[in-house]
Ligand binder design. Structure first.
Ligand SMILES: Nc1ncnc2c1ncn2[C@@H]1O[C@H](COP(=O)(O)OP(=O)(O)OP(=O)(O)O)[C@@H](O)[C@H]1O
Length: 353
């Protein structure tokens, strides 16, 4: 959640969100409310994290719904972490909403401050995301100490189906490969922490309806409607049109992402196998034995997993051209790539930062 503008509190009650409730007749609304509750509750029923659990709580509708539902399901074993994006004054208002909500329900809350200023060449969104994830990890460690838990809590984020579609469309607009088309994973582990996104199949409007049905308010972030951000343009301008053309697009797009994620998993396993066979750094002769697509897959994997760098499509193509042309002892390879260079050293490739 960007905190650049003054947040607006969303009052509780079924009539609070006029946009979501639209102009539907009361009977239709009642049927929708039942269906919507089912969709959300189904997602929750399938959610089986290790306990204790910490919910990443921004104060927005989605994470308020997730926190409330998780706390009801596992009372005493659920806490919240709020990341205070210290730079904007509005951040205080989000934090105080979170404080009040947690005090009211007796939920332990850890507030972590973070500095989300972008480094050089980094987008503000990226900087905010990275700082937030690092702050959430610190929050989990702090909660463990504070609560005397035997292990760090798992962390749940409230990204939902609309967020997933936006991520997929952004990836398509950048010409991303399978890792991008796979969009956001439902769960992953990093540095001993288990992360979850249990709501990826639940449309955002349904989450808000569930929350309203509970009589629970939340805080709206006005920067979410700022159409200078691509994500907001997708949400406001593109999704309504998609809804008309393909009413089931959230489910079908999510299915495509799941297929892409599965295919990407296989590619990753293949690259690991190939690199085990070739040695590290990879042997040029062994690379030459692979098909062009398999060679590109192995190179991408080597560059990212060993050197945390990504080659552009043009750089990778040039590297592959040089590898295939490397047929004599004296043939040199030297190419700027990602944040460094790739050179030939004897029979192998060499990465230099
Ligand atoms: N400041 C924050 N503190 C803790 N968690 C956050 C914060 N901002 C975002 N998150 C987590 O990341 C998820 C996705 O963030 P995003 O910015 O897309 O949503 P949001 O606009 O904050 O709204 P919401 O809380 O309704 O999801 C949130 O649902 C929440 O779980």
């Amino acid at each position: 959640m960007g905190h650049s503008a003054k947040p607006s509190p969303h009052r509780a009650g079924p009539a609070a969100n006029a946009a979501d409730a639209a102009a539907a007749a009361p009977a239709v609304q009642a049927v929708q409310a039942v269906q919507n509750t089912q969709a959300f509750e189904q997602a929750l029923a399938h959610f089986t994290p290790r306990l204790p659990l910490a919910v990443a709580f921004s104060g927005g509708a989605d994470s308020t719904a997730l926190l409330l539902a998780c706390w009801r399901r596992w009372p005493q074993q659920v806490a919240a972490i709020h990341v205070h994006h210290g730079l904007q004054q509005a951040a205080d208002d989000f934090a105080s909403f979170c404080r009040d909500f947690c005090a009211q329900h007796g939920i332990a809350l850890q507030i972590e401050h973070c500095d989300a200023r972008p480094g050089s060449g980094q987008s503000p969104e990226d900087a905010a995301r990275q700082a937030r994830y690092a702050a959430l990890a610190r929050g989990a460690a702090a909660l463990r100490l504070q609560q005397g838990w035997p292990q760090q809590p798992d962390i749940a984020l409230a990204h939902h189906a609309d967020d997933q579609v936006e991520t997929l469309l952004l990836a398509l607009s950048r010409g991303a490969g399978l890792p991008g088309l796979a969009a956001m994973p439902t769960s992953w582990q990093r540095q001993g922490l288990h992360w979850h996104r249990p709501l990826l199949a639940v449309p955002g409007a349904q989450l808000r309806q569930w929350l309203q049905a509970q009589g629970q308010g939340w805080v709206d972030d006005p920067s979410n409607t700022d159409v200078r951000y691509t994500r907001n343009r997708i949400r406001q301008q593109l999704l309504p049109v998609l809804e008309q053309a393909f009413p089931g697009f959230r489910q079908t797009f999510a299915r495509s992402s799941a297929h892409a994620a599965q295919a990407q998993q296989i590619l990753q396993e293949l690259a690991e196998q190939d690199l085990r066979h070739m040695g590290a750094p990879p042997a040029i002769g062994a690379l030459q034995q692979l098909s062009a697509a398999r060679q590109a897959n192995a190179l991408r994997h080597w560059l990212w997993h060993s050197h945390a760098t990504v080659a552009s499509a043009a750089q990778l193509q040039e590297l592959q051209r040089q590898i295939m042309a490397c047929t004599t002892r004296g043939h040199a390879i030297d190419l700027r790539l990602g944040r460094g260079r790739v050179q030939r050293q004897g029979q192998h490739l060499l990465w230099i930062e």
